[in-house]
Design a protein around this ligand. Structure first.
Ligand SMILES: [Zn+2]
Length: 308
């Protein structure tokens, strides 16, 4: 267990919903990231709970980046609390236009409720959330507009999907976005230069060993830089797994049409694999089952609970 200041509460979620981080202030409470649309009832309950707002109000929702598993509860929280919503400036343009292509929503077979941006967060500025002074730092790579939040007094890094205990959020292969892998490296270098005691990631438990996580992240990055195919294979499985967690089960017979219909999945096949829908679907099923992430039960692909 890592030690965090008492006004910082972390609700560790899962792979479909990013973690929720509540900062309780004397004058205002701030929530970083709001999970996925499907989990809105649980997000609202956690935020309102005794460990959360405990009867208090919410002034502001902030997003590390605007992927559907981090901003899916924004609209519902705004309805519940009348709070403002602040997103990284680089994402605000996409949210304002509700560019579901660039936001990777229907593009990836995902869902999110539209919301309006009230504030744009600029890298290089500081924000007072929960009585702590957070530095807003650009963290492009997994998402080119992402920010991470660093609090130098307690040496806390809220890293979103830029750094997890084991890896980081999937990064587009260079043929699809030539800037993504170099940006990922620059972001890891930026984090490596910070003095970090605790990382609060977008997925998984908070952890203390930032150096170890960086070492694993650099290793992973090197393999992605060396082999676009490998990055594409990983990203395709991650995307289908996300769809599966969202839908809970998908009939195996419908998977070829799912991979053909889901633009990003289709694009990976067209660029890198050249399977065609039937073989592509079969390869994905085999890969997810072999890794233990999913199983086929009664002709349906279902997620398998991760071992504790
Ligand atoms: Zn993400």
């Amino acid at each position: 267990m890592v030690a965090l200041p008492s006004q910082l509460r972390v609700f560790v979620r899962d792979w479909l919903s990013g973690n929720n981080i509540l900062l309780r202030g004397e004058h205002a409470n701030v929530l970083i990231d709001t999970g996925y649309a499907k989990h809105v009832p649980l997000t609202l309950a956690l935020v309102a709970s005794r460990a959360g707002l405990d009867g208090g109000l919410l002034s502001l929702v902030v997003n590390t980046h605007c992927h559907s598993d981090h901003m899916g509860g924004n609209a519902a929280l705004q309805r519940a609390y009348g709070c403002r919503i602040a997103v990284p400036a680089g994402e605000a343009v996409l949210v304002d236009a509700w560019d579901t292509h660039a936001l990777l929503i229907d593009e990836a077979g995902q869902r999110a409720e539209r919301f309006a941006v009230d504030e744009r967060l600029q890298a290089g500025t500081t924000a007072d959330w929960g009585g702590l002074a957070w530095q807003l730092l650009a963290a492009p790579g997994h998402d080119m507009g992402a920010l991470v939040f660093y609090e130098p007094h307690h040496r806390i890094l809220v890293s979103g999907d830029a750094l997890w205990q084991d890896g980081f959020g999937f990064v587009m292969p260079r043929e699809m976005d030539p800037a993504a892998l170099p940006a990922t490296r620059a972001t890891l270098d930026m984090i490596a230069a910070l003095d970090v005691a605790v990382v609060v990631p977008g997925h998984g438990e908070p952890f203390a060993d930032c150096a170890g996580a960086l070492e694993r992240a650099y290793r992973r990055l090197s393999t992605l830089e060396a082999d676009s195919q490998r990055g594409a294979r990983h990203a395709a499985k991650v995307l289908l797994m996300f769809n599966l967690l969202d839908r809970e089960r998908i009939a195996v017979a419908t998977l070829p049409s799912h991979v053909a219909r889901t633009r990003l999945l289709r694009e990976f096949d067209e660029r890198y694999f050249h399977f065609g829908p039937d073989a592509y679907a079969a390869w994905l099923v085999e890969g997810l089952c072999a890794s233990g992430a999913a199983a086929v039960v009664d002709d349906h692909l279902v997620p398998r609970p991760r071992p504790a």
